[in-house]
Design a protein around this ligand. Structure first.
Ligand SMILES: [Zn+2]
Length: 68
């Protein structure tokens, strides 16, 4: 559920090979991969803080890596 909510905010997978980056956005089964890490909080702040494009264009310019 954490990963799906991350996707809604525009986050992609941090890995898809089972390695852990200590975030729910990786594909690891590690107990340390069950919650967002600081990078996950920093990314939406950077994504939605754009001041160089009109707000309605932000979503169209950002592409989520990987699938669901
Ligand atoms: Zn996913």
């Amino acid at each position: 559920m954490c990963q799906e909510i991350g996707h809604l905010f525009g986050l992609g997978h941090t890995s898809e090979d089972g390695s852990t980056q200590n975030t729910c956005m990786d594909y690891s089964n590690s107990p340390t991969s069950t919650a967002p890490n600081q990078h996950d909080y920093d990314q939406p702040a950077a994504i939605y803080a754009h001041t160089d494009v009109p707000p309605l264009s932000v979503a169209g310019r950002f592409r989520v890596r990987g699938g669901w």
